[in-house]
Design a binder for this molecule. Structure first.
Ligand SMILES: [Mn+2]
Length: 424
């Protein structure tokens, strides 16, 4: 579905008086509004190619209709999202779910939608119909050298696809681990995995990054071979300067202090990228900011403070991606909400009076330090985020716009009610 710009403008025009009043109210209290708006405009969050369809659990999957049937339609959906929010100008491909048939035409289509290719993702957590060996007992950790080689070759193949598309990073998430005590020799599993990662690392182009993603549990429930940030950092440090840790918010044990993990990885120069989602219990893959928006703000506070301390570019020096599953909501609406939540947390973090916070910390003024953070968190920054979208040519009210244009109904008409997108 193509969206004509005048429809966004018409909708914006109607919403403009209310927005203007709200924006002026919040801008009056901020000194560096222009700078914040520019940063918000520059900040793009990649949409994974598996997020445009309805997700599910092992119990079932309930399609909402009009799901993209191929990579081209997925890119069309991300393009639509980006036209509306001007914040989703990148797509993160999953191989083999979304192998481009013709890289040149896929690239051309991306350019048409104003999209670039973010990290490419490999998959050794499932068996594909045409593959020779099974990953039932792991991939890079496997006791059988042939299985390990198959997994390494697949990752190198993913890099090749990424090179063709202009991607510059590879995300490796391994489901390797064990379900029962005694099943696995931890030391050998680590060593084999490290050797496999080394072979993949050797195939990276010079300017590429490798993101080693960790996860505490699932699908293995006793041990994971890349189970936490310590293990991921160990691999990344041993691999070399192109290897980094990737933090997926849902991949921690309950109540983990993710903001502290982020701060330390950043200060070690080893934080590579982010997978945003939210959770209450485990890897729930819920809409970003839907359960614990304060945690999201605290994470962004560390990100902004840490990146500024290293004079990093907020928009381009780390990989920003959503990794969520939309089981009961329209994926496009869910993504709009997720991107908005990320932008809100980022804007709030930009409002933190860093100098005052440092002074409060250095003088052990605990109450004041908390007050400074919450002053930023309790500011309604939505008009700032909306203004940045407006200035970039997007919509003041993305969710309302999608509904008033009957986007889903149009997609169902175009693609049918019973379409199923590739993915989980
Ligand atoms: Mn992830």
């Amino acid at each position: 579905m193509l969206l004509e710009k005048y429809k966004i403008d018409e909708h914006n025009h109607r919403a403009s008086p209310d927005h203007k009043r709200d924006f002026e109210f919040v801008a009056a209290k901020i000194t560096n509004t222009k700078d914040i708006l520019q940063k918000l405009e520059d900040f793009q969050i990649a949409i994974p190619s598996w997020a445009l369809g309805t997700g599910g659990t092992r119990f079932g999957r309930f399609s909402g209709g009009g799901e993209p049937r191929n990579l081209e339609e997925k890119m069309e959906d991300v393009g639509l999202l980006h036209a509306i929010n001007k914040s989703s100008g990148a797509i993160s491909l999953h191989i083999p779910w979304d192998i481009p048939k013709n890289a040149q035409s896929t690239k051309a289509l991306a350019a048409q939608h104003g999209l670039r290719f973010d990290a490419v993702n490999s998959n050794t957590f499932q068996d594909q119909p045409d593959q020779q060996y099974s990953y039932k007992f792991g991939s890079l950790q496997h006791v059988d050298r042939s299985v390990r080689k198959q997994a390494v070759d697949h990752n190198i193949e993913v890099i090749r696809h990424g090179v063709e598309l202009g991607s510059e990073s590879l995300t490796v998430w391994l489901s390797d681990g064990s379900c029962f005590p005694g099943q696995l020799n931890f030391r050998k599993a680590f060593q084999r995995t490290f050797e496999g990662l080394q072979e993949i690392y050797a195939a990276l182009p010079d300017h590429w990054k490798m993101f080693v993603e960790y996860k505490a549990f699932e699908p293995n429930f006793y041990s994971m071979t890349v189970g936490d940030w310590g293990q991921s950092l160990l691999y990344a440090n041993k691999l070399g300067p192109k290897a980094y840790t990737l933090v997926d918010l849902g991949h921690h044990l309950a109540n983990a202090n993710i903001e502290q993990i982020v701060a330390l990885l950043l200060s070690e120069g080893k934080l590579g990228g982010f997978h945003f989602n939210d959770s209450k219990y485990g890897d729930d893959d819920l809409t970003v900011g839907s359960i614990n928006p304060y945690q999201l703000f605290l994470i962004f506070n560390e990100l902004v403070e840490g990146m500024d301390a290293r004079t990093m570019n907020h928009a381009s020096d780390l990989g920003w991606m959503i990794d969520a599953s939309h089981n009961v909501k329209d994926p496009l609406e869910d993504l709009i909400q997720s991107v908005e939540a990320i932008k809100i947390a980022y804007a709030q973090a930009l409002l933190v009076d860093t100098r005052a916070l440092h002074a409060a910390q250095e003088s052990n003024d605990v109450a004041l330090a908390q007050e400074i953070l919450q002053q930023a968190y309790r500011t309604d920054v939505r008009p700032l985020v909306a203004e940045a979208r407006l200035q970039a040519g997007g919509s003041l009210q993305p969710l309302q716009l999608v509904r008033s244009l009957k986007v889903r109904e149009n997609l169902i008409r175009e693609r049918g009610q019973k379409t199923v997108a590739t993915g989980l």
